[in-house]
Ligand binder design. Sequence first.
Ligand code: CDP
Ligand code: MG
Length: 733
Amino acid sequence: HRYRDPGAGDKMVPFAEQEAWENCQSGKATLKSGSRNKQASADYEFVFEDGIGFIKESIMDGVNLEDEMSSEKPDDSTTKNALQKLQEERKTLPIHPYRDELLQAIHDHQVMVIVGETGSGKTTQIPQYLHEAGYTKRGLVGCTQPRRVAAMSVAARVSQEMGVKLGHEVGYSIRFEDCSSEKTILKYMTDGMLLREFLSEPDLASYSVIMVDEGHERTLSTDILFGLVKDVTRFRKDLKLLISSATLDAKKFSDYFDSAPIFKIPGRRFPVTINFTIAPEADYIDAAIVTVLQIHVTQPPGDILVFLTGQEEIETIDEILEYRTRGFGTKIAELIICPIYANLPTELQAKIFEPTPDGARKVVLATNIAETSLTIDGIKYVVDPGFCKIKSYNPRTGMESLLINPISKASAMQRAGRSGRTGPGMCFRLYTEYNFQHDLDDNAVPEIQRTNLANVVLTLKSLGVNDLVNFDFMDPPPSEALLEALGQLYALNALNSLGELTKIGRRMAEFPLDPMLSKMIVASEKYKCSEEAITIASMLSIGNSIFYRPKNKQVHADNARMNFHTGNVGDHIALLNVYNTWKETNYSTQWCYENYIQVRSMKRARDIRDQLEGLLERVEIEPTSNLSDLDAVKKAITSGFFHHSAKLQKTGAYRTVKKPQTVHIHPSSGLAEVLPRWVIYHELVLTTKEYMRQVTELKPEWLIEIAPHYYQMKDVEDASTTKMPRGKGLAAD
Ligand code: CDP
Ligand code: MG
């Protein structure tokens, strides 16, 4: 019961909205959910009679409590300008007293591991120290982050501290968005972007220092970077390499980097009271909401940080909290709700860092990003449901899924620690101590051991790393997964039978996309539809945020969406229709509103498309359009996604052709009611069932035509013999 589906489409609103609203209006708040009933008396002396009970368990020892005074922010005398104030603030960070010692150590050692509590100033300060010490005269200081939001927000902060415009001296680079210039000396970037930079600059010649930040996150790209930068430091003795980590488990990093010295920045942490629930919570979303409200009405001032698993969950809770606090009136302090997740528009991200106004309380609803990547000041209460979304990959079935899983003990400790940064804190764990002790692993499994490696293998091959088995991995991936990736790239014609990169593979590697998408684009040359292929790739890269369905207008929204599906063209072509129609309206915002399409997502698709267009030129594929022949477009898609074919069964479910597995068309698909006999899908998502998302009808003979080395007649020959339950599918003729 500790596992929950991400629940695409099945948003939870677990309480009687109308009733609660009316009660709030009449001054009597009834917070009702599931079997529980939280009563509040009329004068807002909230007594959560049978709210969630917590037991206090342990208290973390505080360290350096005497620093309490020095952590206070300098006073806001009006004579100081903002820049000076920021400079003063820099001096209050835990890392500040160690500045000179740190620079000396970096001077003395080529590779160093730096460990320090989240918020001590590693990410924002170390690159600035390096700049002040003159390292930027010899080249860029690059700092990698596992998350794009972190790269952007940290770069913004550092540019403020340095008093320069973002994108000038301080810049960032994330996939499809380069906010740096010739002036840039401090560059924050995602680990994936640095990985791609290796393709054009294998010795990282333009850098004087590389800081691989958040090493403990062990993302796939970070792990690969470890191997690559370690190699570079052997032949570029002038390149400094810093590996930073928020956890104390730095010995592993040190051992890997030939016993590199470890520099510890003493933390400044206050005691944190940890509370566990008395009994397991059946619905952690509901439990989180109730806990936030409990804290808000019963606890002294201080902001709240809630750890959630993703955007959808955050939006749900945002909505419910917003709603439940609406009736609070003036007697209860204002609750400012601040969401933060990867796809949150930049202009809204800044909100979480704004100081909370007097008399109000902020509640930050965050994904794992707030665990170590971002420091939010003023957090005093942490609500930890104990879950995060984890990608896992089954090399046997070749299926990748993003599932909600329990976090590790290490994560739980990190999360709790977020409440004790500026004063004593409290952490509310929405699970029992027994769960903590017995159900949580000590550490998370590194991503490299639970993901599809096709992308990395293609990148490594393009870098000339041919012997993958002997690559210097910190923790090697399962050999099954490596073989599967090699097999997949071979099937895509990206590798030859000797495992060497082919011309197709070389072209594919130019695109910062999943190999299947890259292959679709490269193959579109043959079908004279490269314009369509890059549009579809851009739209698919946006994810599921193109259409929206406002609660009270779902029918209108669905009708608008189905307009793009006229003729049951399939979801890929529908996405293409959306983009092209938008383009015809001269990228009109009004048109987006009228068609229930998110204009922000469309703009992003347009940006991505522009870049893919540039890359087409680089691999010398001519931009050609072939809109009159949709089969050609579908064949290009099939060239990339032929692994993802499925056939309708008599039961009405589908079965994947290779590595058979039962799957279904996602209800949001334009083909959900059509049920074509053969389909190709973009991805599988596991919610209540194993769903195919973004589906297009396929003629089975295309599989043989396009991937003769992967499909044999026997895979498709029963096509015309099986009876179809519905008559709309294409027969193989
Ligand atoms: O990297 P580390 O966790 O050690 O700390 P950091 O990210 O460098 O944060 C140091 C300080 O900068 C914290 O007090 C943050 O509140 C502040 N900061 C900020 O105000 N805005 C950001 N976008 C990032 C950091
Ligand atoms: Mg950091």
